[in-house]
Design a protein around this ligand. Structure first.
Ligand code: TYD
Length: 137
């Protein structure tokens, strides 16, 4: 798994003068079944979130409101993605270290996840993560 597997997904958009509508369906628009949804909000200016990798979890990250930057790192390559549209989702595959910052005021970051919360699925130490990735080769 590499950062090149982490792609922006253009979600369906139903445009309407009454307001636009977007929807996400498991296995149709994203490559996994959704088991959990969580969201970050009331993020103070200058705060950073993330700072971990998941062993097996697949995620789709959406800026429901406002904007933020997501920095992805697979232990070999890095890239930064700016999210600012409610109809775009960033797919993040397993074994990717991510940090999220540059939250705009009022930003809401929603995450669709392939499994329930499980602390055992986390790498919270960057060196442990990179050692594991490099050891896998
Ligand atoms: P964490 O995943 O570190 O948040 P972030 O990715 O935004 O930095 O989680 C922060 C805390 O919330 C941590 O104590 C675990 C808890 N938590 C849950 O209980 N359930 C969840 O679904 C999530 C994502 C986190």
């Amino acid at each position: 798994m590499s950062i090149f597997d982490c792609q922006m997904i253009d979600l369906p958009r139903i445009s309407d003068p009454r307001g636009n509508l977007t929807f996400v369906e498991s296995d149709r628009h994203i490559p996994f079944d959704i088991k959990r949804v969580y969201y970050l909000y009331d993020v103070p200016g200058g705060a950073e979130r993330g700072g971990h990798a998941h062993k097996a979890l697949h995620q789709l990250i959406i800026a429901m409101s406002g904007s933020f930057d997501i920095h992805l790192d697979d232990g070999n390559s890095r890239k930064t993605v700016h999210l600012n549209r409610s109809y775009n989702g960033l797919y993040v595959c397993p074994m990717i270290w991510r940090e999220i910052d540059n939250f705009s005021s009022g930003a809401v970051c929603m995450v669709l996840a392939s499994d329930y919360y499980d602390e055992e699925d986390y790498f919270r130490d960057y060196n442990t993560f990179t050692n594991c990735v490099r050891g896998d080769k």
